[in-house]
Design a binder for this molecule. Structure first.
Ligand code: COA
Length: 381
C-alpha cells in the first residue's frame, strides 16, 4: 500500500468546517486521514503501491499481462490511471484499464483479473485500488468531507495449480439508487458552462445521502457475505477474517450484529485512513497481513459497497507464494528498479523526440522530414 505523508486530523478538520473530533469519532470511528500533496495523484500513489506489491510477490514488470486500476478519481477520463501506472512500471507486455465501480471497484477488479487468469488468457495480473478523494470532496460539506481520505493498495495475482486463491464472487448493482451517492463529471454532462447542475449537485464534487447509504450498506454486507461463502462451499463461521470496505465503524458493527459475528472478525483501519473508496480493501488487507492476522490456508472474505449503487462480496483462500530468497530475490529487486528507471527515461525520451522532430521540420522547411510532418499535421482531425 502507499499513502501520502500528510495527516489531516479531526481537529484540523474542525478548523475548516463546523465539526468536532468527538462528533466524527462517535459517528464514524475515523480519527485521521491522509491527504495527497500537490505532487501526488491517484497514479503516483497507485504506482508506488504496485511497485511494493511486485517486490512482495517477486514478480518482474515484464511478467505482468494485465493491470486493472479500480478508481473513481482518475486524473483523466483517458488515458486511464492503469495505463499511466503500466508506463511507470515498464510493464511492456501488459494491457491496462481502469474499472469504475466506486467503493466496490477493488473486488470487481479482483474478480475480472481472476476470471481472465482462470480462462487461461493471462497468467499474471496486478490489481490496484487507488484514490485521491481529497480532490473531489466538497470541503464545505461537513456531512461528507470528514469521511474521506487518499491512498492506494495493490495485489499481484498469479496463475497456480495449487488449490485455493479466489473461490467465489458476488457482484451486484442497483442503478435505481444512483442519485444517493455520486460524482458528476465533466464531459458528457452539458451544464451550459456552469458548475452547478439543475439537481443541485456540482460537477467534479461528490454528493451523498448519508442516511440512505448507511442503511443500504448494512443490508448488502449482511446479505452478500453469506452468499459469497455459500458459493465458495463454506459458511461464514469458516471465514477467519472479513476485510470490508472501510466506510464507517458503525456500519461494520451493525453488519456484524446482523450476521451474528463477533466484530473482531472484521478488519478495520478506518480510524487512521478514513474512507479511501476503492483503495480501502487492499489497504486494510495490507494492514491485516502486517498485523499477522492472515496465515496460509485462511479463508478471507472481502466486501465492497458504494456508488452505483454497487456492491460485491468475495471469498478466497490465502496462499502466499514461496518468498523470494537470497541472491535471486535481490537480483530481481535490482531488475525491477532498472525497469522503472528505463520506463521513466522512455517516457521523457519519447516526448522530447517528438518535440525535436517538430522543431527540425520547422527549421528545414524543404526537407523530407518537414513534408512528412506537414502530411501528419494536415491529416490530423
Ligand atoms: N459534524 C457535526 N455535525 C454534523 C456533521 C459533522 N461533520 N455532519 C452532520 N452533522 C449534523 C447534521 O447537520 C445533523 O444536525 P441536525 O440534527 O441539527 O440537522 C446531525 O449532525 C445528524 O446528522 P445525520 O446526517 O443524521 O448524522 P448521521 O448519524 O446519519 O451521520 C454520516 C452522518 C454521514 C456519518 C452517516 O450517515 C454515514 O456514515 N453514512 C454512510 C456514509 C458512507 O459511508 N458513505 C460512503 C459509502 S461508500
Amino acid at each position: 500500500m502507499a499513502v501520502p505523508d500528510r495527516v489531516l486530523s479531526n481537529d484540523d478538520l474542525s478548523a475548516i468546517v463546523d465539526t468536532s473530533d468527538e462528533w466524527i469519532v462517535s459517528r464514524t470511528g475515523i480519527r485521521e486521514r491522509r491527504i495527497a500533496s500537490e505532487r501526488e495523484s491517484t497514479a503516483t500513489l497507485g504506482l508506488k503501491a504496485a511497485q511494493r506489491a511486485l517486490d512482495v510477490a517477486d514478480v518482474l514488470p515484464v511478467e505482468i499481462d494485465l493491470i486493472i486500476c479500480a478508481t473513481s478519481t482518475s486524473e483523466n477520463i483517458f488515458p486511464s490511471t492503469a495505463s499511466v501506472i503500466q508506463g511507470g512500471l515498464g510493464a511492456t507486455q501488459a494491457g491496462a484499464f481502469d474499472l469504475s465501480a466506486a467503493c466496490s471497484g477493488f473486488v470487481y477488479a479482483l474478480n475480472m483479473a481472476t476470471q481472465s487468469i482462470r480462462a487461461g488468457s493471462i497468467r499474471t495480473a496486478v490489481v490496484i485500488g487507488a484514490e485521491t478523494m481529497s480532490r473531489v470532496v466538497n470541503w464545505q460539506d461537513r456531512g461528507t468531507c470528514i469521511l474521506f481520505g487518499d491512498g492506494a493498495g495493490a495485489v499481484v495475482l498469479k496463475a497456480s495449480s495449487e488449490p485455493g486463491g479466489i473461490l467465489s464472487a458476488i457482484l451486484r448493482s442497483d442503478g435505481t439508487g444512483s442519485d444517493l451517492l455520486g460524482l458528476p463529471t465533466f464531459g458528457s454532462i452539458d451544464a451550459g458552462g456552469a458548475d452547478l447542475l439543475e439537481n443541485g449537485h456540482r460537477l467534479g464534487k461528490m454528493h451523498m445521502n448519508g442516511g440512505e447509504v448507511f442503511k443500504f450498506a448494512i443490508r448488502v454486507i449482511s446479505e452478500s457475505l453469506p452468499q459469497a461463502a455459500q458459493a465458495a462451499g463454506i459458511t461464514m463461521n469458516d471465514v477467519k477474517l472479513i476485510v470490508p470496505h472501510q466506510a464507517n465503524a458503525r456500519i461494520l458493527q451493525s453488519a456484524a450484529r446482523a450476521l451474528k459475528l463477533d466484530e473482531t472478525r472484521f478488519m478495520t483501519n478506518l480510524d487512521r485512513y478514513g474512507n479511501t473508496s476503492a483503495a480501502s480493501i487492499p489497504m486494510a488487507l495490507c494492514d491485516a497481513i502486517a498485523q499477522g492476522r492472515v496465515q496460509d490456508g485462511d479463508y478471507l472474505a472481502f466486501v465492497g459497497f458504494g456508488g452505483g449503487l454497487s456492491w460485491a462480496s468475495m471469498v478466497m483462500r490465502w496462499g502466499t507464494p514461496a518468498a523470494a530468497l537470497g541472491s535471486a530475490g535481490r537480483f530481481n529487486w535490482q531488475r525491477r528498479r532498472l525497469s522503472y528507471a528505463t520506463a521513466s527515461g522512455r517516457t521523457w525520451f519519447g516526448r522530447e523526440l517528438r518535440r525535436l522532430r517538430r522543431a527540425m521540420a520547422r527549421m528545414l522547411p524543404g526537407s523530407r522530414l518537414s513534408r512528412l510532418q506537414r502530411e501528419i499535421d494536415e491529416n490530423l482531425p
